[in-house]
Design a protein around this ligand. Structure first.
Ligand SMILES: [Zn+2]
Length: 226
């Protein structure tokens, strides 16, 4: 079963390659793995490392939303982050249930997806020890989604869209907890932009490395610029 699931996912989404960064010849060098020979000087890069130059792996910023409970999740409206996303493509958002079912709203109304969100950026909304909230999450989400506010006819691409739906759900819960609600700008700035910036950087690195094997940042040039 587990194996079948892994195979199934591979066909649904491009897998995120592993990325490492190491330092040699005064450059930060990104690659899929640390080579035997430095691409600049040809020496074994491991022979002269001190702690600051040792390789680190770059964490993959994407998660499978169907394995994320009680989270805000975001993906390109069409295609995948690592294949089609160009930094300004349309994004679509949703909220996961406690079992990873993605609830979302678009021009055809509300939906509950059990697949299709395998490569997402995620914002966890509930600390894992808040059992009472997690316990009630799915019924809140279900009830919220049935509101006539989310009929297809009410959809508006700019003013009443997937983001309106997700943020209104989050703010509804915050209101119940007597916590301050978020404006759209505030939620975007605090929770979404840091993650989408990290994702964009990761996508750029993946594309560069898949084209040229290495992506190098020159320290001296970088220092000169800043
Ligand atoms: Zn070198």
């Amino acid at each position: 079963m587990a194996m079948f699931r892994a195979q199934e996912e591979e066909t649904l989404q491009p897998l995120a390659p592993s990325l490492v960064k190491f330092t040699h010849c005064d450059r930060d060098i990104y690659s899929n793995s640390v080579p035997q020979q430095c691409p600049i000087c040809g020496q074994n890069p491991g022979s002269s490392w001190d702690l600051e130059q040792a390789p680190i792996s770059i964490p993959n910023p994407f998660v499978n939303a169907h394995r994320e409970k009680c989270s805000f999740v975001l993906r390109p409206t069409r295609g995948h982050f690592l294949k089609e996303y160009d930094g300004c493509s349309d994004l679509h958002v949703g909220i996961t249930s406690s079992t990873g079912i993605v609830h979302h709203y678009n021009e055809t109304g509300t939906h509950k997806d059990t697949s299709g969100w395998e490569q997402c950026v995620s914002v966890p909304l509930v600390p894992p020890d808040q059992y009472a909230l997690i316990h009630q999450w799915d019924s809140y989400l279900q009830e919220f989604s049935c509101n006539e506010r989310w009929r297809p006819q009410r959809y508006d691409e700019k003013e009443h869209n997937c983001y309106t739906y997700a943020l209104r759900f989050i703010n509804g819960l915050r209101h119940l907890q007597e916590r301050r609600i978020f404006t759209k700008e505030e939620f975007t700035e605090r929770f979404i932009l840091p993650r989408t910036r990290r994702a964009s950087k990761y996508i750029t690195l993946c594309h560069e490395v898949s084209r040229n094997y290495y992506y190098m940042i020159d320290h001296s040039r970088w220092n000169g610029r800043t």
